[in-house]
Design a protein around this ligand. Sequence first.
Ligand code: MSP
Length: 507
Amino acid sequence: MTNIITTPIFYANGAPHLGHAYSGYLADVFKRFHSLTSDNPCCLITGTDEHGQKILEAAECSQVGIQQFVDDKAQTFKALWPELAVQVDVFVRTSEEQHLKLIQTIWHKLLEKGDVYLGYYQGLYCLGCEQYYTAYELEDNCCPIHKAPVENKSEETYLFRLDAYRQQLIEHYLNSSDFITPNYYCQVILDYLNQGPLEDLSVSRVNIPWGIKVPNHQEHTIYVWIDALFSYITAIQKAGFDLGVLAQTTHIIGKDILKFHAIYWPALLLAADLPLPKKLIVHGWWTINGQKIAKSNPKTLISPKDLVDKLTCDGLRYALFRQKHVARDGNIVINELIESINADLANNFANLVKRNHTIVLKYFAGNIDAKVISQRALADESKLTIQCCEQAINEIFNYYKRFDFHNVSLLLKDTLDHCNRFFHQRAPWEISKGKDNISVQETCLVISNLLRLVATAAYPLVPTLARQVLQELGEDIVTCQWPSVCDIKSITINKALSHFKRLEKEH
Ligand code: MSP
């Protein structure tokens, strides 16, 4: 069955920033890993969240009509993904007709079941988050995320009986303690659910002209988060899948939107008689000079496209995963990113490829027959290096499966360190000074075959570099499978190109 991986849908009120790009990278790395390890396809869903007061206010400031405004923003996000080498399968927009129809259908269903009813709500509202807070969740009377004052709102509203699903949610979290990665969040959610009855969730707003109207009650607009969450389903429908694939769906989310995905979304799905997703992957925040990158803080806004121009497409995605653990927060310092890109991709990886391939071309006309190693037993250091790399590749596989792309990058680096040490120790370039020809062939054969392994395992993180290295080794990533062992095969190499140039540091 198809696997689905989603990013959140991004608010269409500004340009994409690095935090958004990171969600896309997480989804794309997993999708590419999946393509190496499974015969089932993996469908990547992303899109834009286009309704609500916040978007309307942004459009008013820009003096463009609202539809034109969201069309432009959606286009900016759509255009971003190919620049980042994120392979999107479905791009969903909440202002689409198909989505409107789905929301109306769901609304009718929840209303008929009695899970949604007309009532009254009073609370402290943060426009930035589009959510109500309780007084104890605030910091100095301000929203804990936006640090801005909240608004005391009281209005007629439709309410969703959230508490009706509390027990089922508790059971879900007790039975699937790995539903959220990192799994300590499951305990956080369980603690929250166990505190006592959950307040009913306000699911409509009055006086919001831009959004999906409550059917037969036009003064009310459906709460943007309900609208947004169900976009995952619209996207699944757009791709032509049965809704059963929800159970194969992994949602990538930032830690700020955990409650929506870990409590509201499963409760709404239960209410709509739909399957629960497979997993939530929660990531931390990127900061600049310690401040969270956010549209509301222009000083922090780095354009992902500018960063790609500076660091290359592979360089940026690699360095972000190399820099911090997925679940933690991390600070962006461009020169630190450049250092790890130069050390790991330019020196450790691309340079080793070039040196090895140059020798193979120069002294063996690009060909080494694997029979060379049957003539004489493999040297101990060759055996040991192969063994270490195979073991590392198996560990890398498990890290990918757990979305631990930081450890993937560390272990890839270690593996390449190992290969480099072996290469240096065996000094195959000394063939020019009369070094034993068979021993040089062995070194280059072992390294070429290990590079095939490493390049395949690195492909999800650095797709362009990995593809080029594999091409030089006569392999096509489309037909490559995850390598569990390193068979020493004969090699044919046609070129010895420089695949990755060192980057200049910033002054
Ligand atoms: N529209 C909602 C999501 C609806 S999903 C049904 C939303 N949009 S957002 O544009 O504000 O944020 C989208 C994602 O970007 C969130 O997962 C959020 O955590 C992530 N990031 C926003 N700023 C970020 C950083 N500074 N660092 C990392 N990711 C962060 O929320």
